[in-house]
Design a protein around this ligand. Structure first.
Ligand code: GLU
Length: 421
């Protein structure tokens, strides 16, 4: 059992100490109050068994989780992950990060996360559907458009969200599109949601590139993870004229110092199931990708991949966290001392949940936006968050992650105080 959630709380406590020291020196702004104690534990933790009839006639029971961390600023919000390593400690950490993320993004949601311990790649489509519907039946009492709204995450996709919405609507006896976001557009999904995490990350990067005075033409990028976030980010950056020197997926990576043609890599992956063995590129491991001589490293897969053990070897000057929690706390501190700019997950990948919010708004209003409006609003919302993180980083003379946490804690603290315990 790892200690991801414990690390979240250490980060939280450390940030509170920084705010307190700042208030002691500059006068209290009333951020540190006793109500903050509430944020050290999830409000509700739900664990269930999901029996699934397999195609071969056998019955398997899967472990499912939903952690509803905090809803002081609005309904719980957060993805649903299917992965063999899903466990309660991880889901708690992910739900905590959603709480921080929604506050940083300034959308009226709290934070939650769900998961099923399963290797989704080994299941047939009908098995996946039965598993998803089983999860919804187990979770139905605790979720809903005004209470807790799931969305895609690692190894879940719009089709799974469609089954989710359908099963929930059957239980309720009416259409309930707003119970889940990231749905296909045919049944109430938002235009632009599929690429929103990458698009948002790209907007954040472009904003910071100007602040950091990085030249586009010379920037080489390595992307770890070629799922929804990583692949779409690589595509956007390639189209914009950046050099994508390396990409990887769970089977391994490829490196070409002169840059990869991402559309060709996408086709290669569609044909072979992996980015590995792409002609003209050198095969590398996921670990090697992290230490390549590039300017920007984009972890876009799972948490805990940048640790105190490999930080010394990282050459990139900027790390854009499209994954949740890719950098351990100790590694983050070392990178800060080394002068590396780590753009934290709670800002860098918030485009996904921001457009989830737009999708939910459209579902509630039953009025649908053009793609141009989705992108314009995403750009506005995420740029505002980026500028604020930058401002707090300078005011508190700290790194971007701590600055983002200060913003979130300030908003949560005010909401807790106003509403009362
Ligand atoms: N799973 C995504 C995340 O970690 C999206 C969550 C959402 O849209 O609710 O931010």
């Amino acid at each position: 059992m790892s200690n991801q959630f414990k690390e979240c709380i250490s980060q939280f406590n450390k940030t509170c100490d920084i705010i307190k020291a700042f208030e002691d020196k500059n006068g209290s702004r009333g951020i540190i109050n006793k109500e903050l104690e509430i944020l050290k534990n999830p409000k509700r933790t739900i664990q269930f068994s999901i029996p699934v009839l397999m195609d071969d006639g056998s019955l398997k029971v899967f472990d499912g989780y939903r952690v509803q961390y905090n809803d002081i600023r609005g309904p719980f919000k957060g993805g649903l992950r299917y992965h063999p390593k899903v466990n309660l400690d991880e889901v708690k950490a992910l739900a905590f990060w959603m709480t921080i993320k929604c506050a940083v993004a300034d959308i009226p949601f709290g934070g939650s996360k769900g998961g099923i311990t399963v290797d989704a790649k080994k299941l047939s489509q009908p098995e996946l559907e039965r598993l998803t519907r089983g999860y919804v039946r187990a979770a139905a009492k605790f979720i809903g458009p005004d209470t807790d709204i799931p969305a895609p995450d690692v190894y879940t996709n719009p089709q799974i969200m469609a089954w989710f919405m359908d099963e929930y609507s059957r239980i309720k006896g009416k259409n309930e599109p707003a119970v889940v976001t990231g749905k296909p557009v045919e049944i109430g999904g938002s235009l632009g949601r599929g690429t929103a995490t990458a698009q948002g990350g790209f907007y954040v990067f472009e904003n910071l590139r100007k602040k950091l005075k990085i030249k586009k033409e010379k920037t080489a990028i390595a992307v770890q993870g070629f799922g929804n976030a990583g692949m779409n980010f690589a595509k956007l950056a390639d189209e914009a004229g950046y050099k994508i020197a390396a990409v990887s997926d769970s089977k391994g990576g490829i490196y070409s110092p002169n840059g990869l043609n991402i559309n060709d890599v996408v086709k290669h992956k569609e044909n072979t199931g992996s980015v590995v063995d792409f002609s003209g590129a050198k095969n590398i491991t996921n670990e090697q990708l992290l230490t390549l001589p590039v300017d920007v490293l984009v972890p876009a897969a799972l948490e805990g991949i940048i640790t105190e053990k490999n930080t010394g070897k990282i050459k990139a000057g900027v790390i854009l966290e499209l994954a949740n929690g890719p950098t351990s706390m100790g590694a983050g501190e070392k990178l800060f001392k080394k002068g590396v700019t780590v753009v934290p997950d709670v800002l860098a990948n918030s485009g996904g949940v921001i457009v989830s919010y737009f999708e939910w708004v459209q579902n509630i209003g039953n009025y649908y936006w053009e793609l141009e409006k989705v992108e314009r609003n995403l750009h506005k919302q995420i740029n505002k968050a980026t500028d604020l993180v930058w401002e707090y980083m300078n005011t508190y003379n700290t790194n971007m992650r701590t600055a983002a946490y200060i913003i979130a804690i300030e908003k949560l603290s005010k909401a807790l105080k106003i509403r009362g315990v």
